[in-house]
Design a protein around this ligand. Structure first.
Ligand code: AMP
Ligand code: MG
Length: 498
């Protein structure tokens, strides 16, 4: 076996905008290991997100496709890169495990022209000290899937990591069968996870934990760095971000699929697109992941499981919350109790917007629940039901109202509720249309795009990406992208894609 050459780092792209810094690498050594990407045989550019590249201050026009493929496969490091794999732990399906970047390598933090800091990470870049028995690689299908889903979420206005590029490696990876390999370049506000804090805490080294907390506050919540109790400030801040994130998932019908604590980012961005999917018919029990047999991460359980994950964060922070552990527990519990109310508030605010409501009335939650109950009972399509309401003119009776009594009486209540707010029908319509997507990444459309891409046809993929880039364009005539699957999506299964 020949040992693969180390990636080039010859600074030969001086004018393409790279400005990498390495603040995370300055943390205690226990939190990362230096490791270079393993070069791949024959890198070929599949997707490059040029608009995201520009946002990052990069100049994609400076690269040929071959140069971009070399950069975003790990064959050629950008100037200033200092590749590392990050250490972390996590509760996977309820059980504590030591993990770490087993197939992802952080090149550094790109400073944008507007002064923002973003992690640039290659996913599938080869083995690291944390690979355990994994090969450190990724398959093309799941990486293109992450690209589609994460960019769709971004367009939907949901906080998320982003996808800068997918490069096919020209190598095969073995996942039950041979599949084409690929590397995804992931952009994130950071890759700090609940599991990062769990790892620091499990080491039992107070200094490491304190420095990680201070760093996390500095990086994501700089207005809270002066707090007298930094660990508590971090817990509160992450709780707020997660409550609002999961409310957004519920708003758009997103099922993450594998909400282990290592897949929960302190930044509040959606991270680690594995077996995720969007619901077609409204069903709180919807589960797509083939390995989530007990529905731990079902659509409707996500708010509760995030609460469970935040409790793990609080546990990890206990030594810093109070010198006396029973008192630390009491403080943690008092703060965690606020999560549910915080989530409910975010959720209700999101659903008021979906229904075009600007004002608040005591009966609003019940109004939403009645509609959801009607949808669940009749297995109605979640996205299309709301999209129809987003176009509905409350001043004229709807066809559906006449056809279905239960819906008719709900709509009557909604029309009356709308009439009790001072905003005009047009304002309400605009609010609804900005909060009820017309287009989501329908599972069957995603699968069709992946199948075509694996056969070298990228046209289907590009058309899908184009539609998903403007999910709130209710005037766009693209009914094929709005239609639920013919079988209602029953039995649709997703895989971890590892
Ligand atoms: P995930 O299910 O993607 O959240 O991954 C869970 C853990 O498994 C993380 O520590 C990953 O780095 C690791 N992992 C997943 N796939 C691989 C792989 N092919 N090789 C090495 N490690 C992997
Ligand atoms: Mg993960």
């Amino acid at each position: 076996m020949t040992f693969p050459a180390a990636p080039l780092n010859d600074g030969s792209f001086p004018h393409d905008g790279w400005r990498l810094e390495h603040t995370y690498a300055g943390l205690p050594a226990a939190l990362a290991t230096a490791v270079a990407p393993t070069p791949v045989r024959e890198p070929r550019l599949v997707l490059l997100n040029r608009s995201l590249a520009r946002t990052l201050g990069l100049r994609p026009e400076a690269w040929t496709d071959a140069e971009a493929a070399a950069l975003f496969s790990g064959n050629r490091l950008p100037p200033g890169a200092q590749p590392i794999a990050q250490a972390y732990a996590g509760h996977q399906y309820g059980h504590f495990t030591v993990l770490g970047d087993g197939r992802a390598i952080l090149l550094g933090e790109q400073m944008t022209p507007s002064g923002e800091r973003f992690d640039v990470q290659l996913k599938g870049a080869g083995p690291t000290p944390y690979s355990r028995r994994g090969d450190g690689r990724a398959a093309l299908g799941p990486m293109v899937r992450e690209y589609i889903l994460s960019e769709a979420m971004h367009a939907l206005g949901v906080p998320t990591t982003r996808s800068l590029a997918v490069v096919a490696t020209g190598e095969e990876v073995w996942r039950q069968e041979a599949q084409p390999g690929a590397v995804l370049t992931r952009i994130a506000s950071s890759h700090l996870r609940v599991g990062t804090v769990e790892w620091a805490s499990a080491r039992g080294d107070r200094d490491v934990l304190e420095r990680l907390v201070a760093y996390s506050l500095q990086r994501h919540f700089p207005d809270r760095t002066d707090s007298p109790n930094p660990a508590l400030a971090l817990l509160d801040a992450v709780m707020e971000r997660q409550a609002s994130l999961v409310a957004e998932w519920m708003r758009v019908g997103f099922v993450h699929g594998v909400l282990n604590t290592d897949n929960v980012a302190l930044s509040g961005e959606t991270i680690d697109y594995g077996p995720c999917a969007f619901v077609d018919a409204y069903d709180p029990a919807a589960v797509f992941s083939s390995i989530d047999r007990h529905g731990r991460y079902a659509f409707g359980r996500q708010p509760a499981i995030l609460g469970w994950n935040l409790t793990r964060l609080a546990e990890a922070l206990l030594p810093l919350l109070h010198a006396d552990i029973p008192q630390a527990v009491a403080v943690a519990e008092e703060h965690l109790e606020r999560y549910e109310g915080r989530f409910e508030a975010c959720w209700l605010a999101a659903f008021r917007r979906k229904l075009g409501l600007f004002t608040e009335e005591a009966g609003d939650a019940a109004l939403v629940h009645r509609l959801l109950g009607w949808m669940e009972q009749g297995k109605r399509d979640y996205t299309n039901t709301f999209a129809a309401l987003a176009k509905d003119d409350p001043r004229v009776p709807s066809v559906r109202e006449r056809a279905e009594e239960a819906f008719g009486s709900w709509r009557q209540a909604w029309v009356e509720r709308l009439a009790r707010q001072p905003q005009s029908p047009e304002e309400s319509l605009r609010l609804r249309q900005a909060n009820c997507p017309a287009f989501i990444p329908r599972n069957h459309q995603v699968e069709a795009a992946l199948a075509a891409a694996e056969h070298g046809d990228l046209g289907v993929l590009h058309r899908l990406l184009d539609v998903l880039a403007t999910p709130y364009d209710h005037t766009r005539d693209a009914p094929a992208y709005q239609a639920p699957p013919q079988d209602g999506g029953v039995g649709y299964r997703t895989f971890c894609g590892t």
